[in-house]
Design a binder for this molecule. Structure first.
Ligand SMILES: Nc1ncnc2c1ncn2[C@@H]1O[C@H](COP(=O)(O)OP(=O)(O)OP(=O)(O)O)[C@@H](O)[C@H]1O
Ligand SMILES: [Mg+2]
Length: 389
């Protein structure tokens, strides 16, 4: 049996890290929140915080050694994964595992695993290390295509291209906006999907796999705009998504929650990618489920029992984005936003905003997905973000 409080170090202190920190604090854990800037959301609810460059191997190792945490919980992709791998060999416990963190950070590694090793259905894809290769790959696959850096998140460096004339700009964008110094891109067939989902998948210590109801979402410019749960899938589609999610997460191993992304197109389920941590589209579970994705993550990693996961009839989330660049932003309109029944607002408390930065989220419940979406939209619209001059 574990003794509490456990000491947890969270790498990445954004809004998802903040919810993880809150759940950890509820269980009496000691939380050290890390990020590259001071005042990040999770730091506001943690016992201690550290500001560092988490892509720097030495800095990351030093901070982990300084605290010697029981668990290191990566909450973002951009980490010096090589130091996590080294530390894991020395006995530091990384969630879910250092290798899974490294694999999911690189589009080629996770795609090789899913498509080549496990034979999962994915968009057709090729890799390219220069523009000539890219052109050849594009000819091979046919247009339209999506070009992405091997390492990036939130849609950074991605282009949808319709013909050959757009190749060189897409190449330049992918290289420029790639994280790290990689010269490799992935080029993917563009899937005209009817629906995009995240299947939250939980792995427990004994190897049991559990699923949440699927979450539908809409993405724009690489970031999610709204999500809803449960997403309507045919029975066979859900079964297939669960089969694929179980296969890939079992292969990655470790414990915790995974956000497995799929496209549903023409009755086919197509694996896209996954996060070995709570997923942003899963913020909706803070209103839709009896146990949110954040609590599920904590329970799984602390090896605590997980009860039956129950989902409301219809729930939705809508992000609250800043329209401007602001220092110490202020908020108004919460009275209006919260005047409707079964509505919640989360303000993340970021110390500054820029255009389209996610500053909060509106959550709503109703009897149908359409009504829940409308409620969440209205609540998000009611919030105004402004500067105090
Ligand atoms: N092959 C594809 N066909 C159609 N749409 C795609 C394809 N690949 C990506 N997209 C769209 O772009 C979005 C972002 O792509 P992806 O998830 O690969 O990138 P990301 O930068 O890792 O995003 P995030 O980290 O925010 O999940 C997807 O959610 C989907 O809407
Ligand atoms: Mg994604």
């Amino acid at each position: 049996m574990k003794t509490f409080p456990q000491r947890l170090m969270i790498l990445g202190s954004g809004e998802l890290g903040k919810e993880v920190a809150i759940e950890a604090k509820r269980l009496g854990c000691e939380v050290i929140a890390c990020d590259r800037y001071q005042g990040a959301p999770a730091m506001q609810v943690a016992d201690k915080y550290e500001v560092l460059d988490m892509t720097n191997s030495l800095e990351l190792k030093q901070i982990i050694s300084k605290y010697n945490p029981d668990l290191v919980i990566p909450e973002i992709e951009a980490l010096a994964v090589e130091s996590l791998i080294e530390l894991e060999k020395e006995g530091v416990k990384i969630i879910p595992t250092a290798e899974a963190t490294a694999t999911t950070m690189n589009r080629d590694k996770i795609r090789n695993l899913a498509a080549n090793s496990l034979g999962l259905n994915t968009a057709k894809f090729r890799y390219a290390n220069n523009q000539d290769d890219l052109l050849k790959a594009a000819k091979d696959l046919g247009y339209p295509l999506i070009i992405k850096p091997i390492m990036s998140s939130s849609g950074k460096g991605q282009s949808l291209i319709k013909n050959e004339t757009e190749i060189s700009n897409a190449w330049a964008k992918a290289i420029q906006e790639s994280r790290g110094k990689s010269n490799k891109v992935i080029v993917e067939e563009f899937i005209q999907f009817e629906l995009e989902i995240t299947l939250l998948t939980i792995r427990e210590k004994d190897g049991t796999t559990k699923f949440c109801e699927p979450i539908g979402h809409i993405q724009r410019d690489g970031d999610y705009q709204c999500s809803w749960q449960p997403a309507q899938l045919k029975k066979e589609e859900l079964k297939e998504a669960q089969r694929m999610a179980k296969m890939v997460t079992t292969n990655l191993g470790g414990v915790g929650i995974f956000g497995v992304e799929f496209f549903i197109s023409d009755n086919k389920v197509i694996f896209s990618e996954l996060s070995p941590r709570p997923h942003d589209t899963g913020l909706v579970t803070l209103i839709s489920q009896n146990i949110s994705e954040f609590e599920l993550h904590l329970r799984a990693i602390l090896e605590l029992p997980i009860p039956e996961i129950k989902c409301e009839e219809a729930a939705a989330s809508r992000v609250i984005l800043s329209k401007k660049q602001l220092q110490k932003p202020l908020y108004r309109g919460l009275e209006n936003a919260l005047s409707t029944k079964d509505t919640k607002i989360l303000i993340f408390g970021k110390p500054n905003s820029k255009i389209n930065r996610r500053m909060g989220v509106a959550l709503a419940l109703d009897t149908t997905i359409e009504k829940a979406k409308k409620k969440a939209d209205d609540a998000a619209k009611a919030i105004e973000i402004f500067e105090n001059n």
